[in-house]
Design a protein around this ligand. Sequence first.
Ligand SMILES: [Zn+2]
Length: 248
Amino acid sequence: MKPVDAHCHLNFERFDDDREKVVERSKKELEFVVNAGSNMETNKKALKLGENYPGFIIPNLGLHPTYTNDFNQLAEIKQMIREEDPVAVGEIGLDHYHVKRDKFQKKQKKVFRKMLELAEELDKPVVIHSREAEKKVFEIVQKYSIPEIMFHCFNGQPELAEKAAEENIKIGFTTQVLYSNRAQELAKRIELDNMLLETDSPFLYRGDRNEPLNVKESVEKIAELKQVKREEVVEKTTRNARNIFHES
Ligand SMILES: [Zn+2]
């Protein structure tokens, strides 16, 4: 079994020069890669990538909480999700780190709720961004009946991650686990059954451009932290990713 990168953005410009090579490299070593859209433009690119690499690059369609200028695309994006029928809705959520003004935070919440309503109606998993708004996000998602939830790049309190895991929410561990104490401590506390591996490429790789293949390093690190075999990390996290994202 091979690892999965459960969240990345190969549709971003930073891959324009060598996207194909990056994908080819990851194809040899990963089972599949989930690419999340953030707005109309990047959703379209995510779909295109999915067409180019069927079964390997899995598109998610969403409206990212920091893309406040694109919130007027909400209706169009909802329509797109209905038509394109992606395996999951994402990236959606709240971000109170980049967005501080009350007025915009309110808008974020409104957009987030609309997307959750749609996911509930279509019975689709969601991929959630929750930077500095983890508690609020947790409270909100519990009001909806969503089949599967991924807390992507979770950076909140470990107690909250444990509570979320009890509610069957999957916790996304990015390549931050290679260098962040906080992420390493969290990795020790959360069971593999509740974990997903992700890179959030092109971000979160010690200042260098990240790429999906780097989940392999996370596998090594998590095996070391949890004192289990590499195979066990891969087996469980890949199984979790298949349950949420794999098109059957
Ligand atoms: Zn992301």
